[in-house]
Design a protein around this ligand. Structure first.
Ligand SMILES: Nc1ncnc2c1ncn2[C@@H]1O[C@H](COP(=O)(O)OP(=O)(O)OP(=O)(O)O)[C@@H](O)[C@H]1O
Length: 320
């Protein structure tokens, strides 16, 4: 049983009337892995997480969760916890009472100890006796994660757990997720933020229009970005174009396309990273100092945009 993957999905399809939300999705998540789902709005992330939580059943395909096949009946599979579309909480109750109610509902022994531990894990001990209606979005998210941890799940399913979190809250939730994964719990989470996924996930699956367009380690995704646009600020802007023109794989892009985002001093060049190496070396040889050099769009985000055919940034995604 221990060696069973937490999730094994093959050819999962899910329709909502005429809309195909998932179209032949495969997903493998071993125990102890943090697996990220990313994709543009409407790509199918929430639908897939909902299937893992037993909130809906696939129309076709095979889904195994914690080694057991999932049938047509709707119920949260044993050992699975989490939330989609935000955690369900009682605003009029305190954080502690919310968790106590859930613990009672799930028939947990030593409920008080579990509740105290879960609040501690997400850093809400100090506000445990405050009503949830006064909580910020980020505090609610953290309480939702605490609620999911109450039953010590072997598969934790979280839809946008970083939504609304400030940097301290994000770090706290990341730590909780990393800790439970280190103890063997598989975590499947969605995020619009590539920086979140890069920090947390061993593997990511990119969904676009219900299909998996990439699945693998984050570093492999970054390597897929190939040619990137780089913004370069040098000490002698007039000299730089000549140097750029001497490097076969590098092109200078018209400045006007970037003028609104960047100062007029910056050049924008497009090419593989090896061409950038040559540029820096040649500029230095020509006595031109490089003051700034950075990709216009972060490599992970560039790969995301290329794979999903998006033209805009993935929501509030992460070039931050
Ligand atoms: N209950 C529903 N009834 C009808 N259509 C639905 C339902 N749930 C999802 N859909 C449709 O299925 C597709 C996938 O939606 P889903 O919410 O899974 O995407 P998502 O990747 O989570 O998007 P977002 O990033 O906006 O949360 C969309 O076209 C959506 O409109």
């Amino acid at each position: 049983m221990r060696s069973s993957p937490a999730v094994r999905a093959r050819g999962i399809t899910k329709f909502f009337d005429e809309v195909i939300a998932l179209d032949g999705v495969d997903l493998d998540v071993p125990a102890g892995q943090v697996h990220g789902l990313v994709g543009p709005n409407g790509a199918g992330k929430t639908t897939l997480l909902g299937l893992l939580l037993g909130l809906a059943a696939p129309d076709s395909g095979a889904l195994q969760i914690l080694g057991a096949p999932v049938g047509r009946s709707l119920s949260v599979p044993d050992g699975v916890a989490g939330f989609v579309d935000g955690p369900g909480l009682y605003p009029g109750l305190t954080a502690r009472r919310n968790l106590a109610a859930l613990a009672a509902l799930r028939g947990l022994d030593r409920a008080d100890a579990h509740v105290g531990e879960a609040l501690e894990q997400v850093g809400l001990t100090d506000v445990a006796d405050d009503r949830v209606q006064g909580f910020s979005l980020g505090m609610r998210q953290r309480l939702g994660v605490a609620a999911a941890l109450l039953t010590r799940p072997r598969l934790l399913v979280l839809d946008e757990p970083a939504n609304g979190l400030d940097p301290a809250g994000t770090r706290q939730v990341h730590r909780v997720i990393t800790d439970v994964a280190a103890e063997g719990t598989a975590v499947v989470l969605s995020s619009h933020r590539m920086d979140d996924l890069a920090a947390l996930c061993a593997q990511v699956s990119i969904l676009a229009a219900g299909r998996v367009v990439f699945s693998g380690p984050v570093r492999k995704l970054a390597a897929e970005s190939g040619e990137l646009d780089y913004r370069v600020v040098v000490s002698d802007p007039a000299a730089a174009p000549t140097v750029v023109s001497q490097i076969p794989d590098l092109r200078l892009l018209p400045g006007r396309d970037f003028g609104a985002r960047y100062d007029s001093e910056a050049l924008v060049v497009r090419g593989p990273v090896t061409a950038l190496d040559q540029l820096v070396a040649r500029l230095v040889r020509a006595d031109v100092a490089v003051r700034e050099l950075a990709p216009v769009v972060a490599p992970l985000e560039a790969a995301f945009l290329a794979l999903t055919g998006s033209t805009a940034e993935p929501s509030d995604a992460g070039s931050r």
